[in-house]
Design a protein around this ligand. Structure first.
Ligand code: NAD
Length: 356
């Protein structure tokens, strides 16, 4: 098959880690007889420098016409003092909005080889854990009507949390489809004991569940979920939740893995076209030094193969190759521990390619 991939190297370590991810994708192409055609897009600081804006309409059009988008990271101190609408991160919001991506998918995997990085006790970690947070990305409290006012001399602020059933339905379908590729268990997190929007959330999730008899749904209140994530993270597989709860829980889930250079993410919409990127930023402090960990970006490629291109076997191959390289004791600086072999960005990419 032929696939058109839009590639956004971005700023800082972005170009270095994206180069390694493309090497891995090319190896998959060779192995399974697929051709990946790449079109590079400027976004973030590099786009500001060349075009005066973080994302041009033309760049967005290229992304829209692709089968999938791979992003490194954007931003850096050079552009930090620009006004809000010209900041590199605005490009990120622009592309998510332009591609109508309403589902943010963040896996939090603790590899047993990296258990030393996990801040939790050994008996809680067990053999490690592997969960995915599916967060609604375009509705809820962050997008509802906002107001600040003074009433009888007292300052007051109002944020509005609105969800309609269609928004809940589509994100639930995303979570259930992902669960079908995993252990078929979804934890739906809400605050249905006190919030009306959560009661609607819960009832829509269960309505959709009728079309997925193979999926088990567990309702969990968000305060309990926050506690369970540090008490017994192994119990979770797919966590489905609304925008603000997901914002908080996905950070908590990724923190318990301890390694930012290992965390991938995907943003999906109603078509197969998705945006795949590491969860970390552009790490300007190590840009150009050849020491950045490319694994989060390579895992993002694995997610792209799984969720946008339906190439599950190839995605499994990448996940297993990464595990093997870690088992063989190779580490970039950010995940280095005593007795392991330290490698740079390019060498880590080469080792993963070699395992494929
Ligand atoms: P960061 O994630 O870039 O870096 C935090 C720390 O983690 C740094 O010490 C960095 O060296 C390290 N780190 C991150 N990724 C690593 C990797 N792959 N390998 C090894 N070490 C790694 O976060 P920050 O410093 O808060 O932000 C830096 C810039 O990135 C800012 O301009 C910020 O706005 C931007 N940012 C962009 C995105 C994105 O593009 N999606 C996300 C977050 C931050």
């Amino acid at each position: 098959m032929n696939y058109n991939i839009a590639v956004i190297p971005g700023d800082g370590i972005g170009p270095e880690i994206v180069t390694e991810a493309i090497k891995v994708l090319d190896k998959i192409g060779e192995k399974y007889n697929h051709t990946f055609n790449y079109t590079e897009i400027l976004m973030g600081g590099v786009s500001i420098d060349k075009h005066g804006v973080p994302l041009t309409d033309e760049a967005l059009e290229v992304a829209k016409k692709s089968d999938s988008v791979l992003l490194g990271a954007v931003g850096g101190p050079k552009w930090d003092t620009l006004p809000g609408h010209l900041r590199p991160e605005k490009g990120l919001l622009g592309i998510r909005k332009g591609l109508e991506l309403y589902a943010n998918i963040r896996p939090a995997v603790l590899y047993s080889e990296l258990r030393g990085a996990c801040p939790l006790k050994d008996e809680i970690i067990g053999d490690g854990f592997d969960m995915i947070v599916v967060r609604e990305l375009t509705g809820g409290l962050y997008f509802g009507e906002k107001k600040s006012l003074v009433e009888d001399g007292v300052r007051k602020a109002i944020d509005t949390l609105v969800y309609d059933e269609n928004e809940i339905k589509r994100i639930t379908i995303t979570a259930f489809d992902i669960a079908r590729k995993r252990t078929k268990k979804v934890y739906s997190v809400d605050k249905a004991n006190v919030m009306e929007s959560s009661r609607l959330w819960r009832s829509v999730v269960h309505e959709v569940a009728k079309d997925y008899p193979d999926i088990e749904v567990v309702d969990m209140l968000v305060d309990n979920a926050a506690m369970q994530l540090v008490r017994d993270p192994k119990q979770f597989d797919v966590i489905l939740t609304e925008n603000m709860f997901g914002d908080i829980l996905s950070d908590e889930a990724s923190m318990v893995t301890g390694s930012i250079g290992m965390l991938a993410s995907a943003s999906l919409g109603k078509t197969k076209l998705g945006l795949y990127e590491p969860s970390h930023g552009s790490a300007p402090d190590i840009a150009g030094l050849g020491v950045a960990n490319p694994i989060a970006t390579i895992l993002s490629v694995s997610m792209m193969l799984r969720y946008s291109l339906d190439l599950d076997q190839a995605a499994d191959d990448i996940d297993n190759a990464i595990k093997k390289v870690l088992q063989n004791g190779f580490r970039t600086g950010d995940i280095m521990s005593e007795g392991m072999k330290k490698v740079g960005t390019v060498e880590m990419g080469n080792l993963i390619v070699a395992q494929l």
